[in-house]
Design a protein around this ligand. Structure first.
Ligand SMILES: [Zn+2]
Length: 273
């Protein structure tokens, strides 16, 4: 697909993981979203998602039916049980309305094409109708479901998983535009280690290379050596129990010898059979 990767950052949520406090505070100071300027003409529930749209969702039914399966897929691949939260989806008909809506709810925050925030203990996703809405929804809803299931998610891992699951199910393993660009990086000897990604504390520190390698390590853990997948699942289980004994990089390095070389190898061999 031809999604211009340069537009990625414009749709990223504003705050993530540990940095959520400020926005959560801000959200709690604001009135309920029902008082915002948008007029909801369609409301529907799909799985854990309560959708409110300023346009008819009928043409997008297939997108939402597939989106409702996202939790099942997260549970299947990560062994993370569903949270018991409903996630609110606010969908505007166009960018202008979306911008005005976000400006009303979160004045002063930089504009994002799509946004996930935690409001009063409940996840909310904001997006608008455009050709890549389905990608935005899968990306932001992955964040929302992960945060409903886990007390915290490391920033890079949160983004890597959202990048992975933003593709339609049939394109996650082979179809992400990151793959082609990543091959070039690896050929040129450019690599970001898990340790370097773990040092990132703020989305502002994440450029396209950091997003791409976050995606790459997630891909490696989901499609590479079984020991890497086990390390991820065990790490997430520890986070869920609130007793993380080691950072994921430590776990991965003890599970998979010569880890960085194995990543390179994984992608040089990775092709549809
Ligand atoms: Zn994201």
């Amino acid at each position: 697909m031809n999604r211009p990767l340069t537009s990625d950052l414009s749709r990223r949520r504003f705050l993530a993981g540990g940095a959520l406090g400020g926005l959560a505070w801000l959200a709690s100071q604001r009135k309920a979203s029902s008082q915002a300027p948008a007029v909801w003409v369609d409301r529907r529930k799909y799985g854990p998602f309560q959708c409110m749209a300023s346009f008819s969702l009928t043409p997008l039914e297939a997108v939402f039916e597939e989106l409702a399966q996202l939790q099942i897929e997260l549970t299947r691949t990560l062994a993370t049980p569903p949270g018991d939260q409903t996630v609110d989806l606010y969908l505007l008909a166009d960018q202008r309305g979306h911008r005005a809506f976000l400006g009303e709810l979160y004045p002063g925050l930089p504009y994002r094409r799509a946004l996930y925030v935690q409001r009063a203990g409940r996840g909310a996703v904001y997006a608008y109708r455009h050709p890549e809405l389905a990608i935005d929804l899968r990306h932001e809803c992955t964040h929302a479901l992960l945060h409903a299931s886990l007390p915290a998610v490391p920033l890079w891992l949160d983004e890597g998983l959202a990048e992975y699951f933003e593709m339609p199910p049939g394109e996650r393993a082979f179809g992400h535009p990151h793959q082609r660009a990543l091959r070039w990086h690896l050929r040129l000897g450019i690599l970001r280690t898990v340790e370097s990604l773990e040092r990132l504390r703020d989305l502002a520190q994440m450029g396209s290379l950091e997003y791409r390698f976050s995606w790459a390590w997630v891909h490696f853990m989901l499609h590479g050596p079984a020991a890497a997948h086990r390390a991820l699942v065990e790490h997430l289980a520890e986070i869920r129990r609130g007793q993380t004994r080691a950072v994921l990089s430590q776990r991965l390095r003890s599970a998979v010898p010569d880890l960085d070389r194995r990543l390179v190898q994984h992608f040089s061999n990775w092709a549809r059979g």
